[in-house]
Design a protein around this ligand. Structure first.
Ligand SMILES: [Zn+2]
Length: 135
């Protein structure tokens, strides 16, 4: 089974599909054995079915959780009507959700600084090539 917490929501393994679960059910042993046989210990079929049912239920919950929230933005527009755009997780659409406050992660901040420095260097080199001194 997959521990989603350890992967920050990224799954290394997909849960088995319904087809796979159906195939597993098909592969349950179907062997006729004498009633007193001690050669094989058959798996606990009752518990296996419970495990399969639990996995199905977990898959159903994950599926429902993955569905997009059917929610509109609802911000008041210039026409006075509520905005009908689909809402982002913050409850507003991309037009009404507020401006970005910039990169958050250390890598993102470093990329942003590098891009600024690179742009500044390009500008400076252009100026030098032109021979401009000021203004
Ligand atoms: Zn909106």
């Amino acid at each position: 089974m997959v521990n989603e917490n350890e992967n920050h929501g990224q799954r290394e393994l997909e849960p088995p599909s319904d087809e796979e679960l159906a195939r597993l059910e098909m592969e349950l042993p179907d062997i006729a054995l004498p009633a007193d046989s001690e050669l094989l210990e058959l798996p606990d079929l009752e518990n296996m079915e419970a495990a399969i049912a639990a996995e199905r239920e977990a898959r159903r919950i994950r599926y429902l959780a993955s569905l997009p929230r059917l929610k509109r933005c609802g911000a008041k527009t210039r026409s006075g009507k509520p905005c009908q755009c689909w809402a982002m997780p913050n409850g507003r659409c991309y037009l009404h959700g507020g401006a970005s406050t910039g990169p958050k992660t250390p890598e993102g901040r470093r990329r942003a600084i590098e891009a600024m420095q690179a742009g500044w260097k390009r500008w400076l080199e252009k100026r030098k090539a032109k021979g401009a001194t000021g203004g």
